[in-house]
Each structure stands twice: as structure tokens, then as C-alpha cells.
Write a protein that binds this ligand. Structure first.
Ligand code: LER
Ligand code: MN
Length: 275
């Protein structure tokens, strides 16, 4: 049975982005626990955003897990990417992600590479960018093993990257790596733009899928857009998906309303999937 998670952003520069709770981490944990979520997914400005003991205490007192940590602040705050034409930027990007792997890893959570993958162009060929991306995923995937967590790589829609937009292309990338410690993130919002059949894409992703951003077509919480969930859930069942359904969604109509809507849907799924 997949577990439930809800996103919390502490990144000022990401304002307007698809995160349910904002700024107030203790408040977000309280709401998440009261509503019955299993975990939070944290989008933090950097590895020092929340001291280790403080986060441990918060998670423990609310009986929450840390589902994952985003690394996108490296892009939105520092303009770092793994495929920049500038070697020193690529290096700093790798170092930033390594520090985020440690930040999440001590709490048992994987780091997600989404916008930090960058894009090809600006003098960099697609083959070159993919080579740099593979090099970084091999390096960082191997690094994450020290915390016994995978590294999560997220295909994004065409308006955010021109590297990997579909799950099947993500699988090709995974299969070309030397490390086997990288898994794909299937974000239903990006998939709604890029895939012709979401359920088929999930089946094609199979065991490579390690995390789900659980959201509707318009990036509002599940049920507030036009995605049809039964085939998606059947597909997740068919691949024995046991990871998180993590609500990376806009705080619509507001943070609490978005969280309530998400947990109601996930609870309904539990009942449905037990049948
Ligand atoms: C960005 O659109 C996204 O989906 C995030 O999870 C990755 O940074
Ligand atoms: Mn996402």
C-alpha cells in the first residue's frame, strides 16, 4: 500500500510553486500529523535550513517520516545545474546535491533531482548534456548508498527541461547508468503534459519508479483537475508500487484545503485498493 506525503516549502524564491505548506515547518508537521499523513516532503533552501536534531524532534513528536528532500533550491536560489556549460557551476551543483543527500539521508530520506538537471543548448549539445547528467547521477547515486537511500531523478515537462520528458526515456537513462541506486520520480502533472497514456507509462516505468508526485492535471490537489485516477492506481498496483504518493500540488484553495482534499483521496484509495 503506498504511503501518503505532503510537501512543505521553506524556499522564499519558490513562491507560487507547487507546494502545499509554506514557511512554517512546525505548523506544517502539526497539520500533516493531525490529518493522518505518513510523511512530509521538504523543499529546503539548503542543508542547514533545519538543524538535524530539530528535524528529528519534529518528525518524532508528530510520528512523521521524511519522504524526500527536493534539491531545486540549487537552481532557484543559486542558478546551479548539472549540465551548465560552465564546469565550475556543474561542480558546485554536484556539491550542493551531495549536501542535500546528506541532509535527507540522516533522516532516511532520498534527495530528488528535478530542476537541477538543467537543459541542453547554449553551446551544449544534447549528447554532451546527457553525458554530464549520467556522470552526475552515477556519482551521486553511488554517494547516496552511504545513507542506504536511493537518489531520485525526475523527468520534467518540456517547458522545464529538454533532456528527459517521459518516463520511458527516463527508464533508458536509468538503464544506461553504472549505478543501480537511482530511481525515477513520476510526477503526474508533468506526465499529463508529456505522456499519451499515464497508466501505460507507469507500467513501462515498472520497478524504476521510486516516488510519485501525486497531483492533478492542473497541478491542483488530486480530484480538482481532470485526471482519471482508477487506471493510474491499477497501474501502480500492477508494478507493486510501495513508495510515497506525495502531494506536490498548489495550495488550492489554500494549504489546509489542499491537504484535506489529498488525504481524503488517499484514504479513499486505501479502501479501494483493499477490495
Ligand atoms: C518541478 O516542476 C517539479 O516537479 C519538482 O518536483 C522538481 O523540482
Ligand atoms: Mn515534481
Amino acid at each position: 500500500m503506498p504511503r501518503s506525503a505532503i510537501t512543505v516549502s521553506l524556499v522564499t524564491e519558490a513562491k507560487g510553486g507547487p507546494f502545499v505548506f509554506w514557511d512554517d515547518l512546525p505548523g506544517a508537521c502539526r497539520h500533516a500529523a493531525e490529518l493522518g499523513f505518513d510523511a512530509i516532503e521538504l523543499f529546503a533552501p539548503g542543508p542547514d535550513a533545519v538543524p538535524k536534531q530539530e528535524l528529528t524532534a519534529l518528525l518524532k513528536s508528530h510520528r512523521l517520516n521524511l519522504a524526500a528532500v527536493g534539491t531545486g533550491a540549487g537552481w532557484v536560489k543559486h542558478k546551479l545545474t548539472l549540465t551548465s556549460p560552465d564546469q565550475s557551476i556543474r561542480q558546485r551543483a554536484t556539491e550542493f546535491i551531495r549536501s542535500m543527500i546528506d541532509f535527507g539521508g540522516v533522516h532516511g530520506a532520498p534527495a530528488i533531482i528535478g530542476s537541477m538537471q538543467g537543459r541542453w543548448g547554449d553551446g551544449v549539445s544534447k549528447d554532451q548534456a546527457l553525458d554530464w547528467l549520467r556522470e552526475a547521477l552515477n556519482d551521486l547515486g553511488a554517494y547516496a548508498t552511504r545513507h542506504n537511500v536511493p537518489l531520485i531523478y525526475e523527468p520534467l515537462n518540456r517547458y522545464e527541461t529538454n533532456l528527459v520528458n517521459q518516463v520511458a526515456t527516463g527508464v533508458e537513462l536509468m538503464e544506461s547508468l553504472q549505478t543501480d541506486n537511482v530511481r525515477l520520480l513520476a510526477d503526474l502533472f508533468h506526465m499529463n503534459i508529456e505522456e499519451s497514456d499515464l497508466a501505460a507509462a507507469i507500467r513501462a516505468g515498472g520497478h524504476w519508479i521510486g516516488h510519485i508526485h501525486f497531483v492533478d492535471s492542473n497541478r491542483r490537489p488530486v480530484g480538482f483537475g481532470h485526471l482519471s485516477y482508477p487506471p493510474i492506481l491499477e497501474a501502480l498496483k500492477s508494478i507493486d508500487y510501495e513508495g510515497y504518493l506525495s502531494a506536490e500540488a498548489l495550495p488550492w484553495p489554500d494549504s489546509l484545503g489542499a491537504a484535506q482534499q489529498t488525504i481524503q483521496c488517499i484514504d479513499a484509495i486505501s479502501i479501494w485498493s483493499d477490495r
